[in-house]
Design a protein around this ligand. Structure first.
Ligand code: ASP
Length: 355
């Protein structure tokens, strides 16, 4: 059987991994060729090339900048076997979720996001390991979007930044990690094939949306329309409900981080906080008005269900969308994509709750 050397493209976007000390804090400044020069051992494994498409702190990431990353993959898709996107860690969970299911359709190769907690120039950096591991995973015969960080390979829609400084900054939320990279060797989890299949099914589901989008003979295209008129709202005891009137006026969708498995205040205020309507009633007004309301949770693990408590049953009757076990990062990007592609709320709900 023939063995061919893989061609891997690094798409650099900035982040700590590419930062230097400006004297006034870290600033992304290192060119992609210099990044590659820090992992010389990789040349024995694959042919590697790099392009720099922006050099930003990822706190400044926006949906339109995400489109540029998706376009870079599409434009270079025919020439490379795998892609590594170097990205700041702060919004990496959003970008990786978006790229997977909602923007790149017909993806048949790996797109691997990575970054680091310390700049690649730093003597104790985690950047060299993360970049090396990400390239190793990009050489695998898999498809989909992944995050490789601290030796763990995480599905793009399940990557969550949980630590601000430690090297084990990302974890795989609500699903076993896809694999580990140990000394350059990829060790898959027992569940991997099943999940890979899920990716393929998802792309098929989204094929129906292919109409006036850019396409090329590789079958891959980027469907990058996003609706930014959404809001993420974290509940807290005593929240004033007038915020929901503002949302009704100004947004097309809201993601509510509820308490626990889907807890939402369903009684109206008390002596000190004298509201006329409960949060649950306000949610009913939103869905009546055609605003998409997605219920997720403030808890890190195990997701949302509306089956357990009475308030959940009330919300279910109000046609809210249930985020199940999706991360807030994934649900945010998915809702932006859904609202740009569907006008009927039943279609938005069906898309949001699928898989
Ligand atoms: N603020 C940086 C960024 O997200 C943090 C990092 O890259 O780790 O770009």
């Amino acid at each position: 059987m023939g063995y061919s050397v893989k061609n891997i493209l690094i798409i650099a976007t900035g982040g700590t991994i590419a930062s230097t000390d400006s004297g006034d804090g870290l600033v992304p400044a290192i060119d992609v060729k210099k990044l590659i020069s820090y992992i010389p051992d990789i040349s024995g494994r694959c042919n590697i090339d790099g392009i720099s498409i922006m050099n930003i702190d990822s706190s400044n990431m926006t949906p339109s900048l995400m489109k540029k990353v998706a376009d870079a993959v599409v434009d270079n898709y025919g020439d490379f076997d795998g892609f590594v996107v170097t990205h700041g860690t702060d919004t990496l969970g959003y970008s990786a979720a978006n790229r997977y299911a909602y923007m790149l359709k017909g993806l048949g190769k790996p797109v691997v996001f990575t970054g680091s907690q310390l700049p690649i120039e730093h003597s104790d950096t985690d950047a060299k390991r993360n970049l090396f591991d990400a390239v190793c995973f990009a050489c695998e015969n898999v498809s989909g979007v992944y995050v490789v960080f601290n030796g763990i390979v995480i599905y793009g829609t399940h990557a969550r930044k949980i630590k601000t400084t430690s090297f084990d900054a990302f974890e795989s939320a609500n699903i076993e990690a896809a694999a580990k990279v140990v000394n350059g060797v990829v060790v898959y989890s027992g569940e991997f094939s099943k999940e890979k299949h899920r990716y393929i099914e998802y792309n098929k589901y989204s094929e129906n949306d292919k109409s006036d989008n850019d396409s090329n003979d590789t079958g891959l295209y980027a469907d990058t329309d996003m609706c930014e008129d959404i809001m993420v709202l974290k509940l807290f005891p005593g929240i004033k409900t007038d915020i929901f009137d503002y949302i009704k006026e100004h947004y097309r969708g809201v993601i509510i981080e509820s308490f626990g498995i889907g807890g939402i205040p369903c009684t109206a205020g008390d002596e000190e906080n004298d509201s006329n309507s409960s949060v649950a009633e306000k949610i009913g007004e939103l869905t009546e008005a055609g605003i998409a309301v997605v219920i997720t949770t403030q808890c890190m693990y195990e997701g949302v269900s509306l089956d357990v408590y009475e308030v959940g049953h009330i919300l279910a009757r109000q046609n809210v969308i249930v985020a199940k076990d999706m991360t807030t990062e994934a649900v945010t990007m998915k809702l932006m994509w859904a609202l740009a592609h569907y006008t009927k709320m039943t279609d938005v709900k069906e898309f949001m709750e699928a898989l």
